[in-house]
Structure formats: C-alpha cells, structure tokens
Ligand binder design. Sequence first.
Ligand SMILES: C[S@@+](CC[C@H](N)C(=O)[O-])C[C@H]1O[C@@H](n2cnc3c(N)ncnc32)[C@H](O)[C@@H]1O
Length: 204
Amino acid sequence: MLATDFILKNFNVKTDTNPNYIHNLHRDKLPIVFQELGFKIGVELGTSRGVYAETICQNCAGVKLFTIDPYLPSEHINSSVHDEAKARLAPYNYEMIVKKSNEAVHQFEDESIDFVYIDGNHMYDYTMEDIITWNRKVKLGGIVAGHDYRRYASKISRRWKVIEAINHYTSMHNINPWFIFGKTDTDRRCPSSWMFEKIINDSW
Ligand SMILES: C[S@@+](CC[C@H](N)C(=O)[O-])C[C@H]1O[C@@H](n2cnc3c(N)ncnc32)[C@H](O)[C@@H]1O
C-alpha cells in the first residue's frame, strides 16, 4: 500500500479511527502527493471553470489531466464557464471531455489512470456510480478521491449525499484506512475532501 504508507508517514495521521482525518493537508496540496507518488495520468469529474484542474496541473509535474464535465446549461453553468475553463487550462497537458461522467467512463480502459478526483453531481446515485465505475479505471495503488465530504445549508445542497455514498462504499468494501482532509471556509472543523488507495479489483 504505497500511497497509503506515503500518506500515513508524511501527514502524521493517527490510525485509531476510520476514516482518518488529515488536518494538515489542504486539497490544493493533494496534487503534490500525486507527484510524489509518480502519478502521470489523472481525471477530474466536474471541472466547471477549471480552478481545481489548474491546481492539479500546476502542482503535479508531467501530469496529463482529463477533465470531464457536460457543461449542461443551468443556474451556474453557461458557455462562458466552459470558455473560462478552456482558457485557464490552455497552458497545460489536458484533454477536455464534454460529457457526463457516466458517458465518458466508457472511453477509459480499466486500470488505466493513476487518480480520479470526483466533483461532479453530488446526489447519492451519481456519486455512488462515479465511485464504483471510476474506481475500476484507477490502477491498483492509485488514488480515488473527491470533494465535498460535508453538509451544506442551502436547499439544493441539502440533497447532496457525498457523505452517505462514500461512507457506504468504504464500509461495504472494507476499505481501511481511508481519509478525509482539507478545511472549508465556513467551518474549520469540517473537512471537505476524501480519498482512498485503490486496493480492490472488482471489474470482472
Ligand atoms: C462544483 S463544480 C466543480 C468544481 C471544480 N471541480 C473545481 O473545484 O474547480 C461541479 C461541476 O460538475 C459538473 N457536473 C454535473 N453533473 C455532472 C456529471 N454527471 N458528470 C460530470 N460533471 C458533472 C457541473 O457541470 C459543474 O461544472
């Protein structure tokens, strides 16, 4: 468990609980972990304006990043969001796939990517589907991670179920350890990203 060992050693994580909280790792530093682990091919599900995709490209030298987002028009998404992402990511080695994650997943071979960062549709079924199907695309020893392991107050966000989906998935698959990390702006006690090392292969 190279990735897990690296995380345990470098972030002084206590292993007496599962999930393990990493208080001194912000998600912006996760790409440095990817780089230290020699990761070269990654995917971000849900790219929006490309802000976190840019952070990944800037902090993980030599990475090829696939960004996946359908850019379906909504209250928050319009063509300028898509254009902004393209402009922001232009200097980097990236490929933008304008599809829903459950459509784009068919373009990838099993065990062909080093990491995935899941930040698309946060409803329970979509999140669980993303974890299940994209876990298969990650190589053994790679990292499956995602955003928004937290509660939000707004009406629409109350329907988000990232916490339930990742709790159920890790429990059903006996994933131990897995990690929660990063702080939110609103509540410093509430960490906001999650990750685990891909250690099981259930793609048969
Ligand atoms: C919170 S934003 C992502 C922010 C981005 N990861 C960042 O941190 O800079 C969520 C994005 O998910 C996209 N999205 C929604 N449903 C999706 C799906 N089924 N597959 C992929 N992306 C999806 C939305 O279009 C939106 O741009």
